[in-house]
Write a protein that binds this ligand. Structure first.
Ligand code: PGA
Length: 254
C-alpha cells in the first residue's frame, strides 16, 4: 500500500540559524510525538542549509529533500546545483515542477524531464508538482491541464522509474493564498490522477503511488483533506515554517 507523507517546502525562507532551529524543533517533535507513526516526514530547506540540516535530523525518520536541481548533470552553469551534488549532502528527494518555478523561472516539460531523469539517476525521488491556475479552473479545463503536465514528463519514465515518483497536486490558486481547495475538489483531482496512472502503468503501480495535496494546507484543514481516500498527505509551504503546525499536520491522519 502507498505511503502517507507530509512534506515541508520551506521555499526561500529562514537564515541558516533560523533554519537550524526549525530543523532541530521538528526533529525533537517528530521523536516525541510521531516517532511510531507510519507517516513519512520530509523537509525541504533551501540548498544553503541542506548540509547543516542533514546533521541535525534523524535521517532514518526524516527525509531530507531539496527544492530544485539543475537540468544538466555538470559543467559551466554558473549558480546551478546539480542532482549529484545534492545527493552528496544526504538529500533523498527533490521537489520538481513547483508552480513558482514554472511561472518565475520558465520551467517547461522539457527541462523538467531532464531534471526528473537526473534525480532518479542519482538515487533520489522526484516530488513532481502539477496543478492548474485560477483561470484554468474557472474555464473548466483543469483536468486537461494536469493531464498534460503529467503525461509529458513523468509518464515518459519506465514503470520501474515511475515507481520512485511522488506526485503533488497543487492548484496554483490555493498556494500561499489561504484559499484551500475543498476536500472534494482535491479528492476529485487525485482520483483523476490515479485513474491516469492506472491507464498508463496498471492498478498495482497506481495503488502504490503517493499523491500529495498542496495549497494552504494547515492543521485546521488537514484532517478533512487527509480523510479523502486518494489524498495521501500534503506538500506544505507556509505552515511548514512553524514546527507545531507542521507536526499538527503530520498528526492529522486518522
Ligand atoms: P502553501 O504552499 O502551503 O504556503 O500554500 C504550498 C506549496 O507551495 O508547496
Amino acid at each position: 500500500m502507498r505511503k502517507q507523507i507530509v512534506a515541508g517546502n520551506w521555499k526561500m525562507h529562514t537564515s541558516l540559524q533560523e533554519g537550524s532551529a526549525l530543523a532541530t524543533s521538528i526533529n525533537k517533535m517528530v521523536k516525541n510525538e510521531v516517532e511510531n507513526k507510519e507517516t513519512g516526514v520530509v523537509i525541504a530547506p533551501p540548498h544553503t542549509h541542506l548540509s547543516v540540516v542533514n546533521q541535525l535530523i534523524n535521517t532514518e525518520r526524516i527525509c531530507l529533500a531539496a527544492q530544485n536541481c539543475a537540468s544538466e548533470a555538470k559543467g559551466a552553469f554558473t549558480g546551478e546545483v546539480s542532482a549529484k551534488m545534492l545527493s552528496t549532502f544526504g538529500v533523498k528527494a527533490v521537489i520538481l515542477g513547483h508552480s513558482e518555478r514554472r511561472a518565475y523561472y520558465g520551467e517547461t516539460n522539457e527541462t523538467l524531464m531532464k531534471k526528473v531523469n537526473l534525480v532518479i539517476e542519482n538515487n533520489m525521488k522526484p516530488i513532481f508538482c502539477c496543478g492548474e491556475k485560477l483561470e484554468e479552473r474557472e474555464a473548466g479545463n483543469y483536468f486537461d491541464v494536469v493531464k498534460e503536465q503529467i503525461e509529458n514528463v513523468v509518464f515518459n519514465l519506465s514503470k520501474e522509474d515511475f515507481e520512485k515518483v511522488i506526485i503533488a497536486y497543487e492548484p496554483v490558486w490555493a498556494i500561499g493564498t489561504g484559499k484551500t481547495a475543498s476536500s472534494d475538489q482535491a479528492q476529485e483531482m487525485h482520483a483523476y490522477i490515479r485513474k491516469l496512472i492506472v491507464e498508463k502503468f496498471g492498478n498495482d503501480i497506481a495503488d502504490n503511488t503517493t499523491i500529495l495535496y498542496g495549497g494552504s494546507c494547515k492543521p485546521s484543514n488537514a484532517v478533512e483533506l487527509f480523510s479523502k481516500p486518494d489524498v495521501d498527505g500534503g506538500l506544505i509551504g507556509g505552515a511548514s515554517l512553524k514546527a507545531e503546525d507542521f507536526i499538527g499536520i503530520i498528526n492529522s491522519f486518522n
